[in-house]
Design a protein around this ligand. Structure first.
Ligand SMILES: *Cc1c(COP(=O)(O)O)cnc(C)c1O
Length: 355
């Protein structure tokens, strides 16, 4: 091996869900929103003057940051924006997780956390969930270099209470605690831990436009925290790339936030379809923890999850499956439109009848 190759930063990358090239596939595999973004986004996009592309965007993305601050009742200096929450969380790892102590996250969780820890050389420990896929705050109250978990958790969809999360935050006043709220909008109002930001300087709450705001393709994520945390993150961001948010994205993101009615309507439709999916899947013998997100982590009856996954794929219905211990018994099914879900139930009936 040449000298340089011995010094390459070697990592096993994160594997995202498949994005098929062909059309006509029912795509329930990456937790995208089945509905388009607000019509206000289309108007903002159509009004964009391509001549402006020659100019750099505002490095502080102030129009978008301002709209986020207004939406959540915080100061713009408490908001950090990035290219999807993956970018935001990666920046947070780089900024805050520099100690020799391991960072802590659940053993069953978003599979990007260990990848970032590896790429940045951060020691980490996976903390087992309880039998019901819950987080026990006691497991996190010990010396650590930081804590991160999603709420609701992925891929389980299980929501933890604010009281439980507050125990974790107050139990680790010497570490930054990141709560990844990618799916919180599907959990009902008042479930976010954002109100705790004014009480705990060490809490960083991360959210995204990719799921509840139907804009996965535009790549917008943000973090809200104390001014101190956000300042540290911006210092790192401006040392890597000042212009992460492009002009079109800034405009479209701000427009999406202003259309509260559309957002609430779309989220309500998905929640309704999800609740119906719980009865449909239960009736067919599926077992699943109660989901408060836009997906259901369900264990099929009669057949291994791997077989059901392959059979659905043959019928052009894509869901997510991980060939790993414990989670390999389950399929993660994104909540689509009612029509898409009906096609799924029909396909499941065929597959299970043959079994
Ligand atoms: C989808 C997801 C993200 C990342 O979403 P972006 O598209 O990068 O905003 C982050 N965390 C969890 C748990 C997710 O499921």
């Amino acid at each position: 091996m040449p000298y340089w190759e011995n010094h390459v930063r070697k990592v096993v990358p994160y594997t995202p869900g498949e994005q098929p090239k062909e059309s006509g596939i029912i795509k329930l595999n990456t937790n995208e929103n089945p509905y388009p973004p607000s019509p206000a986004v289309k108007s903002a996009y159509d009004a964009f003057d391509c001549a402006d592309m020659r100019l750099y965007p505002a490095p502080d993305a102030s129009e978008l940051v301002g709209a986020i601050a207004e939406t959540y009742g915080v100061k713009p200096s408490q908001v950090f924006v990035g290219v999807g929450s993956d970018d935001v969380i990666s920046m947070a790892f780089m900024t805050f997780f520099g100690s020799d102590r391991p960072i802590l996250f659940p053993d069953i969780t978003y599979s990007f956390y260990d990848v970032w820890a590896e790429v940045y050389g951060i020691p980490y420990e996976r903390v087992p969930l309880t039998a019901g896929f819950h987080i026990d705050p006691k497991d996190y109250i010990r010396p650590n270099g930081g804590i991160i978990f999603p709420n609701p958790n992925a891929p389980t969809g299980v929501l933890e209470s604010t009281e439980m999360i507050e125990k974790v935050i107050s139990g680790s006043p010497d570490s930054v605690v990141i709560i990844d709220e990618a799916y919180i909008d599907f959990a009902g109002s008042g479930k976010s831990v954002l109100p705790l930001v004014s009480k705990y300087e060490n809490l960083l709450v991360v959210q995204t436009f990719s799921k509840s705001r139907s804009m996965a393709g535009m790549r917008i994520g943000y973090a809200i925290g104390s001014e101190k945390l956000i300042k540290y993150m911006n210092d790192v961001k401006f040392s890597v790339n000042s212009y992460t948010m492009n002009r079109v994205t800034i405009k479209c993101g701000a427009a999406a936030l202003r259309d509260t009615a559309y957002f609430e309507e779309t989220v309500a439709k998905i929640v309704k379809t999800r609740e119906n999916a719980k009865s449909e899947l239960s009736a067919r013998g599926f077992e699943f923890p109660d989901s408060q997100s836009n997906f259901i982590f369900a264990k099929p009856p009669k057949l291994p999850a791997k077989t059901v996954f392959a059979e659905l794929k043959k019928r052009r219905i894509y869901v997510r499956f991980w060939d790993k211990p414990v989670i390999g018994d389950y399929l993660r099914i994104t909540v689509g439109t009612d029509d898409e879900m009906n096609a799924l139930y029909k396909a499941l009936d065929e597959i299970l009848q043959e079994a």
